[in-house]
Write a protein that binds this ligand. Structure first.
Ligand SMILES: Nc1ncnc2c1ncn2[C@@H]1O[C@H](COP(=O)(O)OP(=O)(O)OP(=O)(O)O)[C@@H](O)[C@H]1O
Ligand SMILES: O=P(O)(O)OC[C@H]1O[C@H](OP(=O)(O)OP(=O)(O)O)[C@H](O)[C@@H]1O
Length: 206
């Protein structure tokens, strides 16, 4: 039996589609109030977790493996093996700001984001000092209200930016979901993990 932590919310439908296509499960994992879902017929148990918590469950070994976006992994660091790019949950992390706005020279730039580590890495690489303001969501509000000069956030269709008079200035990275595996599980249940990876890769190429 393998325990798989999957992300609740917007990527669950695509996750189900891929797991079914790969022949790993027969019926979808349904998001309701039940958070642990047993699928003895597939020799699997699913944990429905908040995306940002998936790496924690895997790192501590209460889940053997997990499916979660690269944005979360980049932000939360290591402690697990990242095995497969699942090519679902496609979006990008970008630096965005108010259309055509110029900043005052010489002032420290403020960036609002839910991704403070990714943002800090990005500006460190550029050699630019910035002030990072953490927000949980609706980050696009920050430049509109004068809380920040820019934001670093997920862009998918670009609708949220457009509807708020913002523009994408620089893409930081493309995001897709990854299969991550607990390090001990990887060694102890190697055959099962290899089988899952093989099935996923076959599912992806269909
Ligand atoms: N347009 C998008 N906006 C946000 N996340 C997206 C988008 N497209 C794909 N994703 C992926 O989905 C994940 C976020 O899923 P979701 O929005 O359900 O979680 P959340 O941010 O925890 O939600 P909530 O807003 O309820 O706190 C991201 O980590 C990212 O990998
Ligand atoms: O380019 P788009 O297709 O408009 O998608 C991007 C938006 O979607 C996400 O927000 P979400 O809906 O998760 O809400 P949040 O702002 O509360 O995180 C993200 O943070 C952007 O705001």
């Amino acid at each position: 039996m393998l325990t798989l932590a999957v992300s609740k919310g917007r990527i669950l439908d695509e996750t189900n589609e891929l797991l079914i296509k790969a022949g790993i499960i027969k019926e979808p994992v349904i998001e309701g109030r039940k958070l642990v879902i047993e699928k003895p017929e597939d020799n699997l148990r699913f944990i429905l977790a908040k995306p940002k918590d998936v790496p924690t469950y895997v790192q501590y070994g209460v889940a053997d493996a997990g499916i979660v976006g690269k944005d979360v992994l980049h932000e939360k660091g290591k402690g697990y093996y990242e095995l497969t790019d699942l090519k679902i949950g496609l979006c990008r992390l970008s630096l965005c700001g108010i259309k055509d706005k110029k900043n005052n020279q010489g002032e420290m730039i403020r960036i609002a984001t839910s991704y403070p580590n990714v943002t800090a890495d990005y500006f460190r690489t550029k050699g630019q000092q910035v002030e990072i303001i953490y927000l949980n969501g609706s980050v696009e509000l920050a430049p509109l209200l004068g809380l920040s000069d820019y934001i670093v956030d997920i862009v998918s269709t670009g609708t949220t930016l457009r509807e708020n008079g913002l523009e994408e200035l620089e893409k930081i990275e493309d995001i897709t979901c990854r299969l991550i595996v607990n390090q001990a599980t990887y060694h102890l249940k190697n055959k099962f993990i290899d089988e899952i990876v093989e099935k996923l890769e076959r599912g992806l190429s269909q």
